[in-house]
Ligand binder design. Structure first.
Ligand SMILES: NC(=O)c1ccc[n+]([C@@H]2O[C@H](COP(=O)([O-])OP(=O)(O)OC[C@H]3O[C@@H](n4cnc5c(N)ncnc54)[C@H](OP(=O)(O)O)[C@@H]3O)[C@@H](O)[C@H]2O)c1
Length: 363
């Protein structure tokens, strides 16, 4: 029979050793956060015996879409790097928290500034693919990124910050809403001029922005009593969950079919009118909402009268999407690449599933 006190002693030593090893691993992880050169080296060594996955740099990873794109890239097994702007992070605890949660999920930092051309070029040389999710008011900052990518010469795919409606289909959209399309087109043309291989991802209505409030402007949970219906509520709208947008976007980066193409995310089950969405919600909740119909003309008048540019900007999008049906009613051509068709293995979340989850939160 074994000696119990010896067993306890061995056990304690094993625990201490495990704790020491864990602490060492923690320190190593902390060192890597700041030692980006060595982390890239390590990634490359790890990949030597395995099929090499593209190394992906996410720009804007602390943002709404950027975080999802970074997580999707990690899920697909890509060595994933985050462009870290230390000064921006230092001013915002949310950013620090967001960076660290991505770090814990396996992402690495690469320190660089869009305003420091040399550091940016050196950073870009360490990756294969750049996925941008820059904020809407910072879209033209991507021109600096494009210039640096051209200089670096090694980027095999660039996804600019898009994830909305296809900017090339809205040439006549007036400002201020049209301004974002102008910027996105400007970025597209400069990518093409620089001969950087690209994919443009058109994602239509992100669920968190549009579906969560059943299409109510400025509301991100379903209304309790009254719902505003735009026009007759029958225009088809395309609704997509952010995680699905990110998953599809990341799938395009190593897919030759999507080089220099626009990929449209139009999941069949998620093409629903506002009326259909409201009906689904009512079915899930087991009660009826009071409808307030608003006619297009009065929306346009309200838009003209609205005081702030920001409100005009958002109202312009609602006009395009809900009154004119312009997520669905655009000609994308017969040969267009549609994400859920080219990646049928990805199980996207349906509008009904999304609303069912929201319903649980309102019980
Ligand atoms: N279809 C839809 O329903 C919908 C809804 C929302 C957004 N979008 C689109 O999604 C894209 C991303 O928008 P978002 O809402 O996710 O953006 P966001 O959260 O507002 O910001 C994204 C990131 O931009 C980065 N950034 C800002 N200023 C910068 C600078 N000077 N230099 C470098 N980086 C800077 C920041 O990232 P770091 O601090 O990490 O560098 C920030 O976290 C946009 O193209 C937008 O049009 C679509």
């Amino acid at each position: 029979m074994s000696n119990p006190s010896k067993a306890v002693c061995v056990c304690a030593r094993v625990c201490v050793c495990a704790r020491v090893r864990e602490r060492e691993r923690e320190r190593e992880r902390e060192r890597e956060v700041y030692d980006t050169e060595s982390s890239v080296g390590k990634m490359q060594q790890l990949g030597d015996s395995e099929p090499r996955r593209s190394r992906v740099l996410i720009v804007g990873s602390s943002g709404y879409m950027g975080k999802q794109l970074a997580l999707a890239s990690l899920r697909e097994g890509h060595p994933t790097f985050l462009l870290l702007r230390p000064e921006a992070a230092a001013r915002n605890p949310n950013k620090t928290q967001s960076f660290l949660s991505l770090r814990r999920a396996g992402a690495r930092f690469l320190k660089a500034s869009l305003d420091d051309f040399c550091s940016l070029v050196n950073t870009l040389k360490k990756v294969d693919v750049v996925v941008s999710a820059m904020a809407e008011d910072q879209l033209l900052e991507q021109l600096k990124l494009i210039k640096a990518m051209k200089e670096a010469g090694n980027i095999k795919r660039f996804l600019p910050s898009e994830y909305g409606m296809d900017a090339d289909k809205f040439l006549d959209c007036p400002p201020p809403t049209g301004d974002v399309f102008v910027c996105k087109r400007k970025i597209r043309r400069s990518i093409e001029d620089a001969h950087i291989p690209f994919t443009y991802v058109s994602a239509n209505c992100l669920a968190g922005w549009f579906l969560s409030g059943l299409g109510q402007m400025g509301r991100f949970m379903p209304p309790e009593e009254n719902v505003m219906i735009y026009g007759d509520g029958n225009q088809k709208v395309i609704w997509v969950r952010e995680e699905d947008v990110a998953a599809y976007a990341i799938k395009t980066i190593d897919d030759d079919r999507t080089t220099n193409k626009t990929v449209y995310i139009r999941p069949q089950l998620n093409i629903l009118s506002q009326n259909e969405v409201v009906q689904l919600w009512e079915k899930i909740q087991g009660r009826t909402l009071k409808k307030q119909f608003i006619q297009e003309q009065s929306w346009v008048e309200r838009l003209k009268e609205s005081m702030s540019t920001e409100e005009k900007y958002v109202m312009g999008f609602f006009h395009l999407i809900f009154f004119q049906g312009k997520t669905y009613n655009i000609d994308i051509g017969e040969d267009a690449l549609e994400a859920s068709s080219i990646y049928p293995d990805h199980q996207y979340e349906t509008v009904e599933e999304y609303l069912s989850l929201l319903s649980e939160s309102s019980l």
